[in-house]
Design a protein around this ligand. Sequence first.
Ligand code: GYE
Length: 327
Amino acid sequence: MRLVKAVLAASIGAAIALSSSVQAKQITIGFSQIGAESEWRTANTNDVKRAAKENGINLKFSDAQQKQENQIKAIRTFIAQKVDLIGFVPIVATGWDNILREAKRAKIPVLIMDRDLTVSDPSLYVAKIGTDMYTEGRKVFDWLDEYVTKNNIKPRNGGDKINIVILEGTVGASATTGRGNGFNDAMNDSDNKDKYKILASQTGDFTRQKGQEVMESFLKSNRNDIDVLFAMNDDMALGAIQAIEAAGLKPSKDIIIVSVDGVKGIFQAMMDGKANATVECNPLQGDLFFKTAQKILKGESVPKSVFVEEGVYTSDNAAEVFPTRQY
Ligand code: GYE
């Protein structure tokens, strides 16, 4: 009897020790998000928070309100708090070397999400998970060229060029340079490159409001010349649609509209016949992020760069795909 009790006590003790050691092992991750500038970003944030919970991570989440300096402050706080790993979305590509050196000195691994960054020493971060912005830009042009060719689209002003205006994203963000370079390269590689002209290109900062404002100014100077709008995200396209309608033109008909992201708002616009196509950029990166973080903390090696999968959707398949969209 005594023996049974002793064994029981020992095993209860072991169980308590085990559970406290499991508890002690809960991973704490500091994550600096850039803000809430778009529908895409909201979906991305929600997914990070959901995935942290489901993967049993203690998440310290910080919103930088679109300011790099706030991200740097947040990362410095995470270092002081001795978190196990730091994750962040670089709002712009450069300016991270110093803070990442501080993290390295504190031996805290850094995992990048969504946007890319440029650092002098690649060992300043372990890996990056996100989307291939350059390929997204190429897909935008390829879709456009196919659409123009198939539908035998002619310039509205009777001239010999299809005139394109571009609403760019945040200046210095990899999402902006990647999509811009991809689009331009695909255009220059195309046999049809002489058919097109970029009439104007300006930042709308990835927001609906600025997308609308900048489109208004494009229309003021070139109302009868614009044939195509390439918006580097759906939110700016949605803002621009309002400007186009206010100018008495028909979005998707007078002006072809193609954007990037694939949020519900643009699907609705495609179903309403106000937008033509969206190149998907997948914000659901939370699971991949935390699974990769766990591997890093176990000392396993991970690829330096992992891309999530993405498609292209048009007004022809929007209604069919809409019910399956998660964001
Ligand atoms: O396309 C845009 C967001 O970095 C991929 O940022 C992201 C971009 C996305 O605000 O809507």
